[in-house]
Ligand binder design. Sequence first.
Ligand SMILES: [Zn+2]
Length: 330
Amino acid sequence: MALHRRNILTAGAGLGAALMAGTAPLLGSVGAAQAAAPLAGTPTPATFRFKVGTIEVTALHDGIGSRPLDASFVRNADLKDVQAVLAENFLPTDTLNISFTTLLVNTGSKLVLIDTGFNDNGGPTNGRTVAQLKSLGIEPSQIDVVLLSHFHGDHLQGARAKDGKLVYPNAEIMAPENEWGFWMDDARMAAAPDAMKGAFAGVHRVLKPNANDVKRFKWGQEVVTGITAVDASGHTPGHTAFAISSGGKTLMYVADITNTPILFARNPEWRVMFDMDADKAVATRKRILDMAATDKIQLSFYHANFPSTGFIAKEGSGYRLVPMAWTGVL
Ligand SMILES: [Zn+2]
C-alpha cells in the first residue's frame, strides 16, 4: 500500500481493523494511561567510536554554528543554486547550521585530540568537546596531545578557555609549521586588513602565552606514532590533513578541505568565503576527494553532519559523502 496523504489520514481505521483481527498484539496498550516523563530539554551525549586497525577513533560533537545564508557564502555560485542543493537535502535555505566535530584518537599509547572546537569562546550551541569527553569518562587532563589542523577559531579557540587557562593542561600542543609562520608573524598581523585582525588576535590569544611549548611539525612528518601530517593547504596557508594509519587501514582527517560536503563535495569548484587561497583550496579539495574515491579511503571532516565520517563516491561532476554506517559495536 502506498502511503499517500489520504492513507496516512485514514491509517487509524486500518489500525482498528488490525487490532480487531488480532494482528497487532503489541499495540494492545494503545489508549492506556501512561505516566508522563519530564521533557529533558538537553541533547544526549554525541560521540561515535570506530576503529582504524588497532587505533580507536572517537568523533566528538562540539556543536553547531548558525549563520544566515546570503550570496557571500559561496563566492562563485548563484545563491539560488546553493539554495537548490540545500533544499534537495531537506535543509533550510535561509540559514546554515555548520557542524563542528573534533576527533579523539587513542593510538594505544597516547590520547590525541585533533582540533578543539570552541570551549567557552563560542556560543550556546557549541563548545561541547569537553562535555563529550566527560561523557566517555575522560578528563581533559588525560589528553596527551592537542593536534591542530589550522588556526581558524573554530578549530583552535577551545585549547584555551576564556579565562586564559589551558583546557588540556597536560597536553603538548602541536601545530603545522606553515600555519605558525603565517599567523604568528607580528608584521603580517600589523599589516592585515581590519577584517583579518580579529582572526590574528584570536590565534595569538591561544598560542602566544605558551609559544615556546608549541611543537611545530612539517608535512610528511609522523607527528604521533600512526598519525602523519599531509599538505592540504589552500583553505589556510598551513592547512593540514592527518593520515591515521594502523594495520593496513587508513582514516584521513581532512579538516576543512570542504566546508559542508553537502555543498562543496558535490560542487568542488565552489569557493566558500573562508578559503584563503581559493584556487589552491579547490585543487586540494579535488585532489583529496578524488584520491579518497579512487582508493576508498575513509575520511573524517570537521564540518560534515555528525559523526562527520564516511566514504567518498564520485557523482556527476563532483563527489558525495556516504556516511559511515552507524553501529553501536566496535
Ligand atoms: Zn573550520
